[in-house]
Design a protein. Structure first.
Length: 214
């Protein structure tokens, strides 16, 4: 996020949990904002009379449409790049944004927390094995569109590779299921077998740069 050290206003609800229920306007009347979510540039058509928190739902739908097999990143704050300020929940979009404005969506951790053509992903997904709220183990995919990833890796039981620490204010904080101890199964479909942690880190960076240059 921009504006280091600035305290954002009360955050609207989560990006992933919002529903973009608004009816899309006609092409001639489209009000478009460009949202950056964890490095992914999204074109969002919104109602300027709607409240700012509706931008979270619009961005969630745009991300889901662009990357249907990936986790939708959680976001709860909206930063206006030109004005260099956070948008406030409850304010009409048209009062703080103009057609074509660029926004950056981020996440603020709770105080109690420690520490078109077919869209092409910026990097192939990483397959991760985690636990759902009911305790069942399942796999999910996370896309990282830029470096740094925001988490460390460690060796788990046997030869498994697990998520280590999650860095605050990083891309990794946008994915609640990407938690310490979660097993990393594959990177871009490639098995992690026989790869050391240093080799694994190089593999991730190599693939990311390859996709960015493509």
């Amino acid at each position: 996020m921009s504006a280091v050290g600035e305290t954002p206003p009360p955050a609207p609800s989560s990006l992933a949990g919002q529903d973009a229920a608004q009816q899309p306007p006609s092409a001639a009347d489209e009000f478009v904002v460009h949202a950056n979510v964890v490095g992914a540039a999204l074109r969002c058509v919104v109602d300027p009379k709607g409240r700012c928190e509706a931008l979270l739902g619009a961005a969630a739908e745009a991300y889901r449409a662009s990357f249907p097999h990936s986790e939708v990143p959680e976001c709860n704050v909206i930063f206006h790049r030109k004005k260099q300020e956070f948008l406030v929940a409850g304010v009409a979009i048209g009062e703080c944004c103009a057609n074509g404005d660029e926004l950056e969506l981020g996440v603020t951790l709770p105080a109690s927390t420690d520490a078109h053509s077919e869209p092409t992903p910026s990097i192939a997904p990483s397959s991760v094995s985690g636990r759902d709220s009911d305790g069942e183990t399942s796999e999910f995919s996370v896309l990282f569109h830029k470096l740094p990833l925001g988490f460390t890796m460690k060796r788990g039981h046997g030869s498994s590779t697990e998520v280590g620490a999650i860095y605050p204010r990083s891309a990794a904080t946008h994915f609640p299921r990407l938690a310490p101890g979660v097993a990393i199964v594959s990177i871009a479909g490639s098995s992690l077998k026989d790869l050391g942690l240093r080799q694994l880190s190089k593999e991730i960076k190599c693939r990311l740069h390859t996709y960015q240059e493509a």
